[in-house]
Design a binder for this molecule. Structure first.
Ligand SMILES: [Mg+2]
Length: 397
């Protein structure tokens, strides 16, 4: 029996989630070189099965290049509805085990298991049971790692994929990290990796070598101690359950009551643009929406609808919302307030757009950051935003 840990974090990551989902949907694909993505010439690989990774195919690679590397590649289109269903099934399993789970993407989660040690004193046993339940309930395999902090748990899982189980005992973090390549540390992108490698830093342990200290200090300055803590495997980053972030909304009250759809529509559309921008920044997608109107007599009416699949790109959402608004408007009524809420927020299954579209949306989001939603938009929609609306955001409803 292991000793009780002062702090214990569990990280779970489904193995090749989208590719595995494709096999669940069509079991004849099992063991075959499957990748999920959009077709050439412009498409990209959203997820690669372990069978095609052997050929050097990986996610975010142009499909054209993937087919060259692996001519027998079987390309399956993304199925967002299926990923959402699987995400919900995964949540059902984690909810049975853990009081709180932080989902950082549709298939990755952290949970703080410190207090669960009374019931599950052996972390290996806990990981085994969780993996088996996920497998039985969803058909997916999950790599699970336990450590004293999130960073080490994540790095340990990455190093043990697929279908892995890793337990990094407290006190052994630095020894576990020391021989790993420097790029395994979060925040060490290709550029930073190249720079520190030029200094002769190859593995994480080198960040702690006294002979490296002066050169590293010149490079990182006051950020060096934080980086060295990470290299020692010390991180107190808490698990933040995102249960409360289930909705966001905007509404505005008019100076004069109105019954004019030509006025209401652009306002609601402007809300949608701002809200979807926030969703994309947070990596979320909305499963449903609510349109709200308050009439001259302060009577509130609402219409709530589900999207066919969770979305975060406004042009895909506007037709449903516009229809709901039209349904809600009553003849001979005048309105003093209109609002739009997005709810059933879940981590967005990504990357599901083709690369060009994704780049365009990312550029759009950067422009919105700089200039606001009224100024920029992608092609396909006329300018409709109303710059005068007041923005209010609510969480936790
Ligand atoms: Mg995964």
């Amino acid at each position: 029996m292991s000793e009780r840990w002062p702090r214990q974090i569990l990280f779970g990551d489904i193995d090749a989630m989208f590719a595995s989902a494709a096999v669940l949907a069509d079991p004849s694909l099992a063991g075959k070189p499957v990748a999920v993505g959009s077709p050439p010439p412009r498409g990209i690989v959203a997820a690669a099965s372990y069978e095609v990774r052997r050929f050097g195919v990986h996610s975010a690679m142009p499909t054209l290049q993937a087919v060259r590397l692996c001519p027998q590649l079987i390309l399956v289109p993304p199925d967002r509805l299926l990923y959402t269903r699987l995400h919900c099934a995964l949540q059902t399993v984690t909810d049975r085990f853990f009081p709180e789970t932080e989902w950082t993407s549709v298939d990755e989660f952290y949970t703080d298991t410190t207090r669960l040690q009374t019931r599950h004193p052996d972390p290996k046993e806990l990981a085994h049971t969780l993996k088996a339940d996920i497998r039985n309930f969803t058909g997916l395999t999950c790599t699970v790692a336990l450590a004293s902090g999130k960073t080490v748990a994540k790095i340990a899982a990455d190093a043990h994929k697929p279908d892995g189980l890793a337990v990094i005992e407290p006190g052994s973090e630095a020894a576990f990290l020391a021989p790993l390549p420097i790029r395994s540390l979060p925040g060490m992108g290709p550029k930073s990796t190249e720079i520190v490698e030029r200094l002769g830093v190859r593995v994480i342990g080198d960040l702690l070598a006294p002979r490296m200290e002066p050169a590293l200090f010149r490079l990182f300055g006051s950020r060096l101690p934080a980086l060295q803590s990470l290299a020692r495997g010390l991180d107190a980053d808490p698990v933040v359950a995102d249960r409360e972030a289930k909705s966001m909304s905007h509404e505005t009250t008019f100076e004069e009551d109105t019954d004019d759809p030509a006025l209401l529509e652009p306002i609601v559309h402007g809300f949608l643009e701002t809200l979807t921008h926030d969703l994309r920044l947070e990596g979320l997608a909305a499963g449903s929406f609510t349109v709200k109107l308050k009439d001259t007599h302060f009577r509130i009416t609402t219409r709530q609808r589900k999207f066919s699949t969770p979305l975060n790109y406004d042009p895909d959402m506007w037709a449903d919302i516009r229809r709901a608004l039209a349904d809600l408007l009553q003849p001979r009524s005048r309105y003093r307030l209109v609002g739009l809420g997005l709810s059933d927020l879940i981590p967005a299954p990504e990357p599901l757009f083709d690369r060009r579209q994704r780049d365009a949306i990312a550029t759009l989001d950067r422009l919105i950051e700089r200039h606001g939603t009224g100024v920029v938009r992608l092609g396909g929609l006329p300018h409709m935003s109303d710059g005068s609306t007041k923005r209010g955001r609510r969480r936790g409803t």
